[in-house]
Design a protein around this ligand. Structure first.
Ligand code: HEM
Length: 493
């Protein structure tokens, strides 16, 4: 496919790296606090990548170092590749930083094939089972939300100067605790030092590999071994996370009761034992693999959901009329006296439409996770060589003017029909599409619904007086996060 001319050695990546390094000196991708946010918006990678499709077409190529990358833009093309040609476009590339961290085990970056399929199926089924019976997740999520609400109440009372509250630590803890409950069988207090340290480590690891000079490891892998700066820090973070998770797995093995699995680790250990007993010789189920799966669940399941909740609250503060409509609908359907539950799903169309519209506007995984062509193939008139990295541009799908009317406007009603019923739109794919579609989609939807409804039932959010909203194009990292912000929190009752 056609594409922009590459720079020597670094390829088109140079076009991102150089402005990134210059701009980082003034606050990073997307900028944190600069009123000249429009300039920053122009260099947000998802925006540049989408803009380039206007020049080169919906399928175009770029070079990252010596690696050919093909970017797919717009709903038709993305669906065609990931759904209709799933057999060719479902593999994952080797990205040096990621391969070093994951050894290509776990699920997210595992090569497409029988091992990935078995591991994914096991985890998917286990996640589904968590929706049921004594391991049901709803009480766990609601318990976490009760803590968030009481903390928010306290913080809003303390905010006497009106500078607003930063919701990030509370929401991060609440979301991480859901994964922790599933994977590790325990919830942690938001002030727990050990858990806080693990979350900080993971966040730092992601920040470094996505948004620092460590990205250069992807072009020059030997940089990983440099004994200074972020390169040394990457290795240290990796060692610390490994030590923490390995210790937890060991504790589980020592206290395992196969008849009463407590969490995903126990279920995985039981599966390992069953396969051993059945004499499976080529089983990929091992403690080593389990370790990477847990890492995947934390990494794929926390940042994404946390940032979506943070975006939802920010949009409510910036669009108070929409917030009022959501609250009016909730007051009418749920009322003030009981906590919203999953059984309310289906009776709150405007609320659900608002959640979807925030997801559409913000697309927290804007470029999905890179795919790879597992063989040379013809696709829509182009030859895509085996090993080409494929970027499904989900940002472009959700701003595609051929499927969304006025795509840049925030308008929840686009997800409603004339009678106010919820419309399911097939071009709404923030969780991806095809065989690599998000494994946690159902869990995430459950969390988003419960968090959004519980928080809006209890509080109203607004921009602190005299403060402009943060730049709405967000900060590009592994996920698209809102730029740091604070909101005024007012208890409704
Ligand atoms: C993959 C979005 C929450 C686990 C993905 C992908 C996207 C995505 C776009 C990549 C699809 C592709 O490669 O084509 C989201 C969003 C979330 C969310 C928007 C929240 C709002 C979660 C949660 C979990 C999770 C809560 C786990 C508990 C995964 C896994 C993969 C994945 C394991 C890799 C699937 C594979 O490679 O087979 N997600 N996700 N995600 N997600 Fe999520």
């Amino acid at each position: 496919p056609p594409g922009p001319k590459p720079w020597p050695i670094v390829g088109n990546f140079g076009g991102f790296l150089v402005p990134n390094f210059i701009w980082r000196r003034f606050g990073g991708w997307g900028g944190e606090d600069d009123p000249k946010s429009k300039t920053r918006a122009l260099i947000s990678p998802q925006v540049i990548i989408t803009e380039q499709a206007k020049v080169y077409g919906n399928i175009y190529s770029m070079w990252v170092g010596s690696q050919l990358v093909v970017v797919l833009n717009g709903y038709e093309v993305v669906r065609d590749a990931l759904s209709n040609r799933a057999d060719v476009f479902s593999d994952r590339p080797e990205i040096p930083t990621v391969t070093i961290m994951t050894k290509r085990k776990g699920i997210v970056f595992a090569p497409y094939g029988p091992v990935w399929r078995r591991q994914r199926k096991f985890c998917h089924t286990t996640l589904r089972n968590f929706g049921l019976g004594k391991l049901s997740l709803e009480p766990c999520i609601l318990e976490g939300l009760a803590v968030v609400k009481s903390e928010l109440l306290r913080l809003s009372e303390e905010d006497t100067e009106g500078s607003g509250v930063d919701l990030t630590p509370l929401i991060t803890n609440s979301v991480s605790n859901v994964i922790s409950y599933i994977a590790l069988g325990q919830r942690f207090h938001h002030a727990d030092r050990e858990f806080g340290a693990l979350l900080d480590l993971m966040a730092r690891g992601l920040e470094i590999i996505a948004n620092s000079a460590a990205v250069l490891i992807n072009v020059f892998p030997l940089l990983y071994y440099l004994p200074f700066g972020v390169f040394r820090e990457v290795r240290q973070v990796e060692r610390d996370i490994t030590a923490f998770l390995k210790q937890i797995i060991t504790r589980h093995r020592e206290t395992l009761d196969p008849a009463n699995p407590r969490d995903l680790i126990d279920m995985y250990l039981v599966e390992m034992l069953a396969q051993e007993a059945a004499g499976e010789t080529d089983s990929s189920f091992s403690e080593d693999y389990l370790f990477y799966i847990i890492g995947d669940l934390f990494i794929a399941g926390t940042d994404t959901t946390t940032n979506t909740v943070l975006w939802m609250i920010l949009y409510m503060a910036v669009f108070p009329d929409i917030q009022e409509r959501v609250q009016a609908e909730m007051d009418a359907v749920v009322g003030p006296d009981r906590v919203p539950s999953l059984t309310d799903k289906g009776s709150l169309p405007f609320t659900e439409a608002t959640i979807m519209e925030v997801q559409r506007m913000t697309v927290v995984v804007p470029l999905a996770i890179p795919h790879m062509a597992s063989e040379t193939t013809e696709f829509r008139g182009y030859t895509i060589p085996k090993g080409t990295v494929i970027i499904p541009n989900l940002w472009s799908v959700h701003r595609d003017p051929t499927v969304w009317e006025q795509p840049d406007d925030f308008n929840p009603s686009r997800f409603l029909d004339d009678q106010g019923n919820l419309l399911r739109k097939e071009c709404f794919i923030p969780f991806g599409i095809g065989r690599r579609v998000c494994m946690g989609e159902q869990l995430a939807k459950m969390e988003l619904f419960l968090m959004f409804t519980s928080l809006l039932q209890a509080f109203s959010f607004s921009l602190p007086e005299g403060l402009a909203p943060p730049p709405m194009h967000g900060r590009f990292g592994l996920t698209l996060a809102p730029c740091p912000y604070t909101v005024a929190v007012r208890p409704r009752r």
